[in-house]
Design a protein around this ligand. Sequence first.
Ligand SMILES: C[S@@+](CC[C@H](N)C(=O)[O-])C[C@H]1O[C@@H](n2cnc3c(N)ncnc32)[C@H](O)[C@@H]1O
Length: 211
Amino acid sequence: MTEGRGSRGQRFFARWYPSVMGRAEDAGQAAIRARHLARAQGRTLDLGTGNGFSVPHYPPAVTELVMVEPNPALRDQLHRRTADVRARAWQVVDGDAYALPFPDASFDTVAASLVFCSLDRPEAALAELARVLRPGGTFLFHEHVRGTGLRRVLQEVATPLQVRVADGCHPNRDFLGSLRRSPFRVEDVEHLRMPGGAATVVPMVVGVALR
Ligand SMILES: C[S@@+](CC[C@H](N)C(=O)[O-])C[C@H]1O[C@@H](n2cnc3c(N)ncnc32)[C@H](O)[C@@H]1O
């Protein structure tokens, strides 16, 4: 239900996410972001920027950082931390992964961290990211994904609750499967564990795909 600025679920998520994920950042995820996002350059789109954990890690080679975030409460938080942006120019945009408000081939780099778990049509969103990325451009992905064995069982059991409390986050998503069916060509994938993450979001893939 939407009341005021954003749905109840969006406002609840914006209240707890920064502090809970902040523990993973301090435990090592910030270092993972810094190493990974060092590859970003030129005009760069960050999809689902949230409260901006990735923002300080984009290098000065990024000429413009465009942060797309549909949750108004998180956009407010983002506006408060734009002093952390190292790119020469930046904008915070209300937008939706399925219909990005940008022309074809208008970015050199597109990036998403911990976003595809919340998207019910990941392949449609990947096609949209591919549309706005120039040919030869780089897609930087950083996603928690479904695991195997007992972890997978736990993820399946936890999914209905996690979807409710974490604004649509599905811990059981096969992101790499979706990526392989998308217009992108996977160049590099690391299988990592989210440092300090809850048990359902530990398995992660961090990597690079090309348009
Ligand atoms: C788990 S948070 C991740 C935030 C941030 N990228 C990070 O790494 O901490 C997921 C983000 O995806 C955003 N999101 C959800 N649905 C979206 C959509 N359809 N289009 C764009 N962003 C979306 C949420 O509002 C939220 O900010």
